[in-house]
Design a protein around this ligand. Structure first.
Ligand SMILES: [Ca+2]
Ligand SMILES: [Ca+2]
Length: 178
């Protein structure tokens, strides 16, 4: 009995050790901050891929910048000082074809002068910080090995809307029965 207990415990501790060792790489250092109904976080420095993996565990992705106003919000809130921040744009799948990791359509771009480069090694986009002001908020395609701060955007589940929808469906079904 004691042997069984010991072996069960050792299997359990192995599982605990194994699961904690595969924890995400980038820690949250800012947020949550709400903007236009979405939730944003700032992550500590990591590669783009590590930051995106952490974003997924938070229920989101690296930020999708849909327009100039959102670009300004991210700049003012998360790209203060002299440090760039990763956003979700990348051409990792096909060189020169820029896509948001959230799979949202590309509706806005804000490249720095001479960017993006045609470079199969520079596939991940960072937003340039407030300083220097000349390029503040503009975008630069960078290497997968670069480590940067990152901005995560979470679109909250529309649970209220879904519940309301079910309620209306239920009402419709009752009406048809009557
Ligand atoms: Ca967005
Ligand atoms: Ca590229």
């Amino acid at each position: 009995m004691r042997i069984l207990l010991v072996s069960v415990l050792s299997v359990f501790s192995f599982i605990v050790l194994f699961s904690t060792s595969s924890a995400s790489a980038a820690s949250i250092i800012g947020g949550p901050v709400s903007y236009s109904g979405h939730i944003y976080y700032k992550l500590d420095t990591a590669t783009w891929s590590e930051a995106e993996a952490t974003a997924v565990t938070l229920g989101g992705h690296l930020a999708t910048v849909n327009d100039a106003a959102e670009n300004q919000f991210i700049l003012d809130t998360f790209a203060t000082g002299t440090n760039s921040v990763w956003i979700g744009l990348n051409d990792a799948a096909e060189e020169g074809t820029w896509e948001w990791v959230s799979t949202e359509d590309v509706t806005y771009e804000n490249w720095a002068p001479d960017e993006p480069r045609v470079n199969p090694s520079a596939n991940y986009v960072a937003m340039l910080p407030l300083s220097p002001p000349a390029t503040a908020g503009q975008w630069d395609d960078e290497y997968s090995s670069n480590v940067r701060f990152a901005v995560v955007e979470v679109v909250p589940e529309p649970s209220t809307a879904i519940l309301l929808g079910f309620g209306l469906l239920g009402l419709g079904a009752r009406r048809r029965k009557n």
